[in-house]
Ligand binder design. Structure first.
Ligand SMILES: [Zn+2]
Length: 140
């Protein structure tokens, strides 16, 4: 299946991990970058699929998730960073990416995953000065 990218996005090799999602346009702070798309699955199914090495699943609520590896628009390549350029906002069952700062063409779009289906031991390789060392944010 050919990947249909959301407008304004490009997929390129990332210095963080594997391939990443990059902006090809200017995006002002606070503006929507794109919407996350994918196959709608139950969270039980999401947990079953979590054993895959590359996880492209994003939770909408305590019942549903989207799996961007099927029907994703490029936003499923957005990498984690401890100093992200964007954040995820869930609005009426839709998952939106909003710019945390002004984004220039060529900038990698990153978010702080905070909680994933990955183990809490999974190391972070984002390289940010304030990197916390793991992908998941530990609950205190
Ligand atoms: Zn990090």
């Amino acid at each position: 299946m050919r990947l249909k990218l959301a407008p304004g996005l490009a997929i390129k090799n990332s210095t963080i991990e594997g391939k990443g999602c990059f902006s090809v346009a200017h995006c002002r702070r606070g503006r929507k970058i794109a919407e996350y798309t994918g196959e709608k699955i139950t969270n039980a199914e999401a947990n079953r699929r979590a054993s895959r090495r590359r996880l492209r699943i994003c939770a909408i609520n305590n019942r549903w998730s989207l799996d961007g590896s099927r029907g994703g628009n490029g936003t499923h390549y957005i990498n984690h960073s401890c100093e992200p350029s964007a954040y995820m906002k869930i609005l009426y069952g839709r998952i939106l990416f909003i710019a945390l700062r002004d984004i220039k063409p060529g900038d990698e779009i990153t978010i702080d995953y905070e909680q994933t289906l990955h183990s809490n031991k999974k190391r972070c390789t984002c390289g940010a000065p304030s990197c916390r060392g793991t992908i998941n944010k530990m609950q205190r």
